[in-house]
Design a protein around this ligand. Structure first.
Ligand code: PAN
Ligand code: ZN
Length: 191
């Protein structure tokens, strides 16, 4: 067997997921983002400040058992985005491009409802619906963010992407997405 320098040889393993709770058991990394980690992302800064002052609730969680960050390996995680709104805008993840732009990602929705918002650096925008059993394919070159449009349920997805993809948050942090998920008359409008 020839082992390439680019791709570390590791032993096979199994991971336990709890699909009803939307968690990975014994994750090695557990990222928790609170409302206070989302400064500058929402349209209504004042509404965000108020929510931070009123207890700074958890916004979303990511559970990972990481593999080598290398070509050939497949990174995977569970992403759990809580329901809520900042003003009229539904809770969302920060969103990012992959550092290696030419790497895509699969999101399998396990629970809840919402959208995957995607955009390209030349201004294209695309929104795909999340419902349990729907798999959204985020192709290479597209930045992506999840939006939870439920009033009561978490949006839980299982994600798989290339081990060497990396995350680039900088551009989304400053430029955002061309559209937002807003509640109008009890429904989500993308404007
Ligand atoms: C996902 C995201 C996860 C959290 O695992 O990292 O949903 O969203 P942010 O990274 O935008 O905070 C993914 O797309 N990984 O590549
Ligand atoms: Zn990603």
């Amino acid at each position: 067997m020839e082992i390439k320098e680019s791709t570390t040889f590791i032993l096979p393993f199994t991971v336990d997921l709890d699909l009803t709770k939307g968690i990975m058991k014994n994750p090695k990394n557990h990222i928790i983002r609170h409302a206070s980690d989302m400064k500058g992302y929402y349209k209504n800064d004042e509404a965000l400040k108020k929510i931070i002052q009123e207890g700074d609730p958890i916004h979303y969680e990511v559970f990972e058992v990481p593999v080598p960050n290398e070509y050939g390996h497949l990174m995977y995680c569970i992403s759990k985005l809580y329901p809520g709104k900042i003003g009229e805008e539904y809770f969302m993840t920060k969103g990012h491009y992959h550092t290696i732009l030419e790497t895509g990602e699969i999101y399998l929705c396990l629970k809840g409802e919402g959208y995957m918002f995607m955009k390209t650096s030349d201004g294209q925008f695309n929104a795909q619906r999340f419902e349990p059993g729907k798999m959204v394919y985020c192709p290479p070159y597209w930045a992506h963010r999840s939006v939870n449009t439920s009033s009561k349920e978490e949006l839980v997805s299982f994600c798989v992407y290339s081990g060497d993809a990396g995350h680039n948050y900088g551009e989304i942090e400053t430029e955002g997405f061309p559209k937002r998920g807003m509640e109008r008359n009890g429904k989500c409008v993308i404007i």
